[in-house]
Write a protein that binds this ligand. Sequence first.
Ligand code: SF4
Length: 199
Amino acid sequence: MNDVNFDKLMIDQVGSLNHKPRLLLHACCAPCATAVIERLRPHFDITVYFYNPNIQPEDEYLRRASELRRLLTMEGYEGIGYIEGEYDEDRYSSLTEQMSEDREGGARCVVCHDMRLERTAQVARDGGYEYFATTLSISPHKNPTLINSIGEKLSQNYGVEWLYADFKKRGGYQRSVQLSNELGIYRQSYCGCLYTRDR
Ligand code: SF4
């Protein structure tokens, strides 16, 4: 799966649509959501799902959630649905407490991605969404093969279509920085957990 062009897979999926399906889009933060929503909105009826118990401390979590809600009131983003999951930080901590020494991109991130995407797939299934996806691949620090392999597995387990993606392609990351600056969106300086913030 390492040499798969996930952006091309997404373009093919979008090209085969004959209607505008409901998509549950897991979003890690407002900056990443800016360019992803811009790219997907012509093709999908989007609801953003903020489920990120990995964000520490809680003040930072609340700030990122608030900034995402604020984005969805702005021109070009209005009308997008929003669901906020539980901040079950204890769950994240118990799953990763033995992995404090891992670097970003290691085994702890696999657990972290899996936890967030599995909940997204569950909510998508329960809510009758046709597709689920995540903004995560827009970050240059995130591994698209890992993200898409988790999504593919969960799609089979939960019976919801996974939207393959590598949103950093076609200038996606640069566009997210540009939009965030233009819109005055807060851009954090670390991924989410204290393991990486304090390293
Ligand atoms: S670095 Fe980011 S993706 Fe990895 S475990 Fe921490 S919060 Fe999760």
